[in-house]
Write a protein that binds this ligand. Structure first.
Ligand SMILES: Cc1cn([C@H]2C[C@H](O)[C@@H](COP(=O)(O)OP(=O)(O)O[C@H]3O[C@@H](C)C(=O)[C@@H](O)[C@H]3O)O2)c(=O)[nH]c1=O
Length: 188
């Protein structure tokens, strides 16, 4: 397992080992002990899986507020997607900054997104599946969103045409009108 830091402290890129043979490959997609050896001790309680039929489908940018904030460990089960995390911890030196990585069935990469970040993705291929572990249960009352194409966030989604969106995501608030429930904790 290779673990790399990203431009946002706490957001990590994980590359689990793959063991290829004549049949295909084997890979441990999640191993609590291996992650603990890398200092990642998140207690995941829910696995999510969604399919997006068309390339250019955007889901996000989403979060759940405390007390049901979620850390997420994201991977692509089929196809290819561009996965994005945005720091929304007020007072953070990287508040409003984003990172994005291509996660695909081919590359097997995973993105670890802690609490206090927006999460979203765009699919690059038809019939793309995303699988992610969450550290808290779905809590619709704590569900929130920010517009994926917000001009202040200026995320480069590299979309070729119009994004395919849910009604919720189409009407999400702009970042400047968004009152983040997260505060950056300074560790001494
Ligand atoms: C997220 C979620 C949704 N649902 C239901 C609610 C709704 O009827 C249906 C579709 O929900 P949504 O439109 O919110 O699904 P989607 O737009 O895929 O939402 C997801 O987007 C990505 C980017 C995330 O990071 C996730 O946390 C989640 O917010 O599924 C659950 O039952 N459990 C869940 O955990």
């Amino acid at each position: 397992m290779k673990v790399s830091e990203t431009g946002l402290p706490g957001v990590l890129l994980l590359e689990p080992a793959r063991f290829g043979d004549a049949r295909g490959f084997f890979s441990e997609s999640w191993n609590r002990r291996t992650l603990a050896q890398h200092g990642i001790g998140i207690d995941f309680v829910q696995d999510n899986h969604s399919l997006s039929a068309q390339a250019g489908t955007v889901r996000g940018l989403h979060f759940q507020s405390p007390p049901h904030a979620q850390a997420k460990l994201v991977r692509c089960g089929r196809g290819c997607l561009f996965d994005v995390a945005v720091d929304i911890r007020r007072g953070s030196p990287t508040y409003g900054k984003w990172v994005g990585y291509e996660l695909s069935f081919e590359n097997g990469r995973q993105l670890l997104i802690p609490e206090g970040f927006l999460h979203g993705f765009v699919t690059r291929e038809p019939d793309t599946e995303i699988c992610y572990k969450c550290s808290d249960y779905y809590a619709p009352d704590c569900d929130g969103a920010v517009r994926f194409d917000d001009p202040d966030l200026a995320i480069d989604w590299r979309l070729k045409g119009e994004a395919i969106l849910s009604d919720k995501d189409r009407t999400a608030p702009l970042f400047r009108d968004f009152d983040s429930p997260f505060i950056h904790e300074v560790r001494t």
